[in-house]
Design a protein around this ligand. Structure first.
Ligand SMILES: NC(=O)c1ccc[n+]([C@@H]2O[C@H](COP(=O)([O-])OP(=O)(O)OC[C@H]3O[C@@H](n4cnc5c(N)ncnc54)[C@H](O)[C@@H]3O)[C@@H](O)[C@H]2O)c1
Length: 370
C-alpha cells in the first residue's frame, strides 16, 4: 500500500493507494477511533459492485447505506435535501463518518453533505473512477450544481482520508478510463517530465483490454497503482501549496480553458470532461508554440500520447467564432481576459492572460474548427 500525506496543518490527511483493499478499510477506521457509526453514500451500480466488500470490513460499526441515482443531473440541492432527510431519519450523530463510495459526482455531492451536516462530519473518500482517484477525491472541493451553472454551490472541506482501491478500475467502461487519463497526462505536462515519460512508455497498459486476461491484468494493475499514486502525489502537492485555488492551483486548469468552452458549447453532450480537456491541452500546447514559448517536439509528444490513449486531439467542425464566444464566458476569465495555462516545456507551465485572439483563432482552425 502506498501512503501519501496531504499536509494541510490541522486539516492534514492521508491518501492510501492499494489493490484489493476495500474490506480492510474498517480496520483502518477502527484504528483511528472515528466513531462507531458509518453512513455509506454511493450509487446503485457501485453499491452492487463494491458495497458488500466494503461492508464486510465494517462489522463492528452501525452502518447505513444511502443510494443516489447515477449521473451528473442528480448532483443538486434536491438530492442533497433527500440525503439530509435520511441522515435525520436515522438520527445520524455528529461523530459519525460518511464514506463516499463512487465517482466524482457522488464525491462532490456526499462531500458537500459531510461539509454541511451538523456543520461538518468526518468524510472518507473511496473513489471508484479513475477521475475521482486522481483528481476529484483529493483537495476538498465539494458541491452541487445550480440549474444555471455547474458546481456553483459548495465549499472547501477536506476529507479525513482518501482510500483508493485500484481494483475498482477493472469494472470501469473504457470511456471512463480515458476521461481520467486526460487528467493524468495533464499532471505530467504541468509538473513532472519523468512521469510524462513513464506514461509514454506504459501507454499500452492503459486501456480496458489489459484487464481481460489474468496475465495482462496483473501487469496492468501494477502500472495503474504507480500512475494513480503518482497523480495523487502531484495533486496533493498542488493542494498543499494552494488549498483554496487562489493561485498555484490554477495550473490544474491546463487544458480546461478551451475544454470548458467545448463542453458548454456542446451542452455537455458531445464530449465528456476528459475528452474536452484533451483537446484543450492540445490547443494550449499549440498556442504556447505559436507564441514562441514551447518547441514543436513537446507539442507532438503531448498529441501522440493523447492519441495513443484514445483521447481526441482535433475539434470536429465546431465554428471557431462560437468557441471564442464561449471562451468569453468561461469562469477562468480574469478581468475580462481569457486566462490560459501554457506549457513552456513538459513538466512546467505558466499562466497567461495575454494570448492574442488571432492566435487562438488560428490554432482552433488548425485543429479542425470551421
Ligand atoms: N471536486 C473536485 O475537485 C472535482 C474535480 C474533477 C471533477 N469533479 C466532478 O466529478 C464529476 C465527474 O466524476 P466522474 O468522472 O467520476 O463521473 P461519475 O461520478 O458520474 O462516474 C461515472 C459513472 O461511472 C460509474 N462508476 C463509478 N465507479 C465505477 C466502477 N468502479 N466500475 C463501473 N462503474 C463505475 C458511476 O455509476 C457513474 O455512472 C463531475 O461532477 C465533476 O464536476 C470534481
Amino acid at each position: 500500500m502506498v501512503k501519501i500525506k496531504v499536509d494541510l496543518e490541522k486539516r492534514s490527511y492521508d491518501i492510501l493507494v492499494g489493490t484489493d483493499i476495500l474490506s480492510d478499510l474498517g480496520k483502518f477506521i477502527e484504528s483511528q477511533k472515528w466513531g462507531k457509526e458509518i453512513v455509506i453514500v454511493t450509487d446503485p451500480l457501485v453499491n452492487d459492485l463494491y458495497g458488500d466488500a466494503l461492508r464486510k470490513g465494517l462489522k463492528n460499526f452501525r452502518v447505513h447505506t444511502l443510494e443516489v441515482a447515477r449521473g451528473e443531473r442528480y448532483k443538486n440541492l434536491k438530492v442533497a435535501q433527500d440525503l439530509y432527510n435520511s441522515l435525520v431519519k436515522h438520527s445520524v450523530h455528529r461523530d459519525a463518518a460518511i464514506i463516499v463510495l463512487g465517482g466524482g459526482v457522488i464525491g462532490d455531492l456526499a462531500g458537500f453533505i459531510a461539509a454541511t451536516y451538523m456543520r461538518g462530519i468526518n468524510c472518507i473518500q473511496v473513489p471508484t473512477t479513475l477521475l475521482a482517484q486522481v483528481d476529484a477525491s483529493i483537495g476538498g472541493k465539494t458541491g452541487v450544481n445550480h440549474p444555471k451553472c455547474k458546481n456553483l454551490i459548495g465549499s472547501f472541506y477536506q476529507p479525513v482520508l482518501v482510500y483508493i482501491d485500484i481494483k475498482t478500475l477493472t469494472t470501469l467502461p473504457a470511456r471512463e478510463i480515458r476521461t481520467g487519463l486526460a487528467e493524468v497526462v495533464k499532471y505530467g505536462v504541468i509538473c513532472d517530465a519523468d512521469f510524462f515519460k513513464f506514461l509514454e512508455e506504459n501507454a499500452h497498459h492503459l486501456n480496458t483490454k489489459a484487464f481481460e486476461s489474468p496475465d495482462t491484468l496483473r501487469a496492468a494493475l501494477k502500472v495503474w497503482q504507480i500512475i494513480v499514486a503518482e497523480s495523487a502525489k502531484i495533486k496533493a502537492k498542488v493542494v498543499e501549496k494552494d488549498e483554496t485555488e487562489s493561485n498555484l492551483r490554477m495550473i490544474l486548469n491546463f487544458g480546461h480553458t478551451v475544454g470548458h468552452a467545448l463542453e458548454s458549447l456542446t451542452k455537455y453532450k458531445t464530449y465528456n470532461h476528459g475528452e474536452a480537456v484533451s483537446i484543450g491541452m492540445v490547443a494550449a500546447a499549440r498556442i504556447a508554440n505559436c507564441m514562441g514559448m514551447l518547441k514543436a517536439d513537446p507539442v507532438a509528444r503531448i498529441e501522440n500520447l493523447l492519441e495513443k490513449l484514445g483521447l481526441p486531439t482535433q475539434i470536429d467542425g465546431l465554428a471557431s467564432a462560437k468557441i471564442i464566444k464561449a471562451l468569453g464566458i468561461d469562469k477562468k476569465v480574469a478581468a475580462g481576459k481569457v486566462r490560459f495555462v501554457l506549457p513552456e516545456k513538459i513538466g512546467s507551465v505558466v499562466i497567461s492572460d495575454k494570448v492574442p485572439p488571432k492566435i487562438i483563432r488560428c490554432v482552433l482552425k488548425e485543429m479542425g474548427s470551421k
